[in-house]
Design a protein around this ligand. Structure first.
Ligand code: CUA
Length: 312
């Protein structure tokens, strides 16, 4: 893998070379024609400029060889781009039969990922290297777009239908997953990581259970969940207002809800807000948080509560 160029991120999938080759063919083709056209224009402007006392000559009206040349050459070039691009498109559109399947659900503003063993994660996707991966996408609200620049793949996630893409990663490492379709206030925070694992690391990953390890305190586990489950996208720790209320000093305080009533932020309120987020929305905020029911265990919720208590 190279480290990327001025224009392109690193090439980390089997398709990246082919995508880049076509891109550079078009890029350098355009550059050559730009120089040719602008160069000739400048040359003719100077050579045939109007001079003192010059009598205007009738212009040439037609030149068949010239017209054939500037029709046939661009036609050939455009057909090359079409055939090349179409072949690449077909390759990218049809996942190989032996692909591992991941179900990915996009929603405001996170990626919910279910790996082939049924384990659910948020914004973190672990895949083995040198293995075709098929991503089956859907959206729960509006159009998002699953975009991994290092793999040169992008596909919209659309409500009420499935879309798919596939890739085969060539180099272990962590790669950025972006949302590439503007989807509202949290769009730019809708970030994920794709962890490409060596065969050994992939074995370990499959054995590992998703719960809190014994040696990690609930508070630290809550902090990890705060980042890995994307709470961080909408809830700050320093008092700044994002899409949702800040966690700073929130525990034990009374807050006013959208319906005008007030409530004390305690264990039960936090749990309720995670499982059924739109039921008790704090005044001044939109009811946009997705539910985490089924995505967090009771122990995870305890840990998040412990963490929120610690944010002062
Ligand atoms: Cu989701 Cu932009």
């Amino acid at each position: 893998m190279n480290n990327g160029t001025l224009q392109m991120p690193p090439q980390a999938s089997t398709m990246a070379h082919q995508v880049d080759a076509l891109y550079y063919f078009i890029f350098w083709g355009c550059t050559a024609f730009f120089l040719l056209i602008v160069g000739l224009t400048l040359f003719f402007i100077i050579k045939y400029r109007r001079r003192e006392g010059q009598v205007l000559q009738p212009r040439a009206s037609h030149n068949t060889p010239l017209e054939l040349t500037w029709t046939i050459i661009p036609t050939i070039l455009v057909m090359v781009v079409f055939v090349w691009g179409f072949k690449g498109y077909m390759k990218l559109a049809v996942a190989p039969r032996n692909s591992l399947e991941y179900y990915v659900t996009a929603k405001k503003w996170l990626w919910q990922i279910k790996d082939p063993n049924g384990q659910q994660t948020i914004n973190e996707m672990s895949v083995p290297v040198h293995q075709p991966i098929k991503v089956i996408l859907r959206s729960e609200d509006l159009i998002h777009s699953f975009y991994v620049p290092a793999f040169r793949v992008k596909q919209d996630a659309v409500p009420n239908r499935y879309t798919t893409l596939w890739f085969e990663a060539t180099t272990p490492g962590d790669y950025n997953l972006f949302c590439a379709e503007y989807c509202g206030a949290g769009h730019s925070g809708m970030l994920g990581k794709i962890h490409v694992l060596t065969p050994e690391a992939w074995e370990d990953y499959q054995k590992k259970s998703a719960g809190r390890p014994e040696e990690v305190s609930p508070e630290d586990w809550g902090r990890q969940l705060y980042n890995s489950r994307a709470c961080v996208t909408c809830h700050s720790l320093d008092g700044s207002v994002k899409t949702g209320p800040s966690f700073k000093g929130i525990f034990g305080h009374r807050v006013e809800l959208a319906d005008g009533s007030t409530i004390t932020v305690n264990e039960d309120y936090i749990r309720q807000s995670i499982m059924d987020p739109t039921s008790q929305v704090v005044k001044g905020f939109q009811p946009v948080m997705p539910t985490f029911a089924g995505l967090l265990s009771s122990d995870d919720i305890d840990a998040l509560i412990a963490f929120i208590k610690s944010v002062e």
